[in-house]
Design a protein around this ligand. Structure first.
Ligand code: NAD
Length: 328
C-alpha cells in the first residue's frame, strides 16, 4: 500500500487531498494544528501538532521503519487579502511557513540517511503571490508565466516567503537529490473553504455576502481588479498529476478564466437568483490584475482547467448558503 503524509491536512486544500489519497487507496497520515473545520478527516491517522516545533518530526515522518512515498506540504499561515495585505500578520506568515519548510526538508535528509533510501516525493504548495507586482498593474493584461517570476518583486511578505521556500526546496533537490514538486496555486475555492472570520478569500466572501444580503454588498476597491479562480477538485487533480510525473516545476495551477471582482459578484448574484448592487469601500486589495498562465503545464503535463467559474461558484454558493442557514 502506498503511503502519504499530508502537512496542513486539517486545512482547506490539505483535507481535500487527504480524501483524494484515501479514495486512491493510500495509507494517509495528516498533521495540523487543528482538525478540519467542516468535516471529519478521512486520514488513517491525524496528529494535532505545531509543525514549527522540530521535536517530533522524525517520528511523524517515519512509517514502517522507512520514509513515506509521498509528502504534501500545505501548512502555512495564510488567508485572503484582509489577512495577507494588512501588514499585521507579516512576521507570523514568514516565520511559521519558513520553519515548517526547513523542518520538513531537514527531516527528509536525516531519514533518507538513516534508512538508506531516497524514495519520498515532496510536493510544495507555492502561490501566484510570488509574481512581481510590476507585471500585474494592467488588469486586462497581467503576466504570470512561470519564467516572469524574476527579477522578483512580490507585493506581500507572503509572496516573498513562498519564493524563498520554492528556492529552499529546489536547493535540497540540487544538493540532496530530493524528489521535489512545486506548484503555484492561483486562488483555489470550493466547499469546505473558510468563508468568514477574516481569513476567507474573495469567492467565499462574496458568496457569504450575497447569501446574507437583501440587495447591497460591500466590495473592497473599485471592483475592477481582475483575478482567476480554480475549483478545488481541479486543483487536486492537477497536483496528483504533477506528483506522479517526473517534472519538478514550478508550475502554475489555476484557471485562465479571468474576471473582475465586479463580474464575480454578478456571477454569484446570478447563481443565487438575486438582484445585488455593489457599494465600493476602502480595503486591502493586492495586485491590480492576475490570471493563471497555463501554457507550461499544458505542454509538460497535458493538464488544463475544465470547469467554468460559474459551475464552481454554483457548488460553492450552495455549500456556503447551507452552512449559513445551518441546514443539511
Ligand atoms: P488553509 O489555511 O486552509 O490550510 C493551511 C493549514 O496549515 C491550516 O489547516 C493550518 O492550521 C495549517 N498550519 C499552519 N501553520 C501550521 C503549523 N505551524 N503546524 C501545523 N499546521 C499548521 O489554506 P489552504 O487554502 O488549504 O492552502 C494550503 C496551501 O496552499 C498553503 O500553503 C497556501 O499558502 C497555498 N496556497 C493556497 C491558495 C488558495 O487559493 N487556497 C493559493 C495559493 C497557495
Amino acid at each position: 500500500m502506498k503511503t502519504a503524509l499530508v502537512l496542513g491536512g486539517g486545512g482547506f486544500i490539505g483535507s481535500h487531498m487527504v480524501t483524494q489519497l484515501k479514495n486512491e487507496g493510500y495509507f494517509v497520515r495528516a498533521l495540523d494544528v487543528k482538525l478540519p473545520e467542516f468535516s471529519t478527516t478521512s486520514a488513517d491517522e491525524f496528529e494535532v501538532y505545531d509543525l514549527t516545533n522540530p521535536e517530533k518530526y522524525e517520528d511523524f515522518f517515519t512509517i514502517n521503519n522507512s520514509c513515506f512515498d509521498e509528502i504534501y506540504q500545505y501548512a502555512a499561515d495564510m488567508g485572503g487579502a484582509g489577512y495577507i495585505f494588512s501588514g499585521e500578520n507579516d512576521s507570523s506568515v514568514m516565520t511559521n511557513s519558513s520553519l515548517v519548510n526547513l523542518n520538513t526538508l531537514k527531516t527528509i535528509v536525516t531519514l533518507n540517511n538513516k534508512y538508506e533510501t531516497n524514495k519520498s516525493r515532496v510536493f510544495y504548495a507555492s502561490s501566484a503571490c510570488i509574481y512581481p507586482e510590476h507585471n500585474q498593474l494592467d488588469p486586462e493584461n497581467p503576466n504570470c508565466s512561470e519564467d516572469s517570476a524574476y527579477p522578483a518583486m512580490p507585493d506581500s511578505e507572503y509572496g516573498w516567503e513562498k519564493l524563498f521556500s520554492e528556492r529552499l526546496y529546489l536547493s535540497y533537490a540540487r544538493n540532496f537529490s530530493i524528489n521535489v514538486r512545486i506548484a503555484r496555486f492561483h486562488n483555489i475555492f470550493g466547499p469546505e473553504g473558510t468563508y468568514d472570520g477574516g481569513k476567507e478569500k474573495v469567492p467565499a466572501a462574496i458568496c457569504r455576502k450575497v447569501a446574507l444580503s437583501n440587495g447591497e454588498i460591500e466590495v473592497w476597491g473599485d471592483g475592477k481588479q481582475t483575478r482567476s479562480f480554480l475549483f478545488i477538485d481541479e486543483c487536486i487533480n492537477a497536483t496528483r498529476k504533477l506528483m506522479l510525473s517526473n517534472e519538478t516545476g514550478p508550475f502554475n495551477i489555476g484557471s485562465e478564466e479571468m474576471v473582475s471582482i465586479n463580474e464575480l459578484v454578478d456571477i454569484v448574484a446570478d447563481v443565487a437568483g438575486k438582484n445585488i448592487t455593489i457599494k465600493h469601500i476602502d480595503g486591502p486589495l493586492g495586485v491590480r490584475g492576475r490570471n493563471s498562465d497555463n501554457k507550461l503545464i499544458k505542454e509538460k503535463l497535458n493538464w488544463d482547467y475544465k470547469m467554468s467559474l460559474k459551475d464552481g461558484i454554483k457548488i460553492t454558493y450552495d455549500w456556503i448558503e447551507k452552512q449559513l442557514l445551518n441546514i443539511e
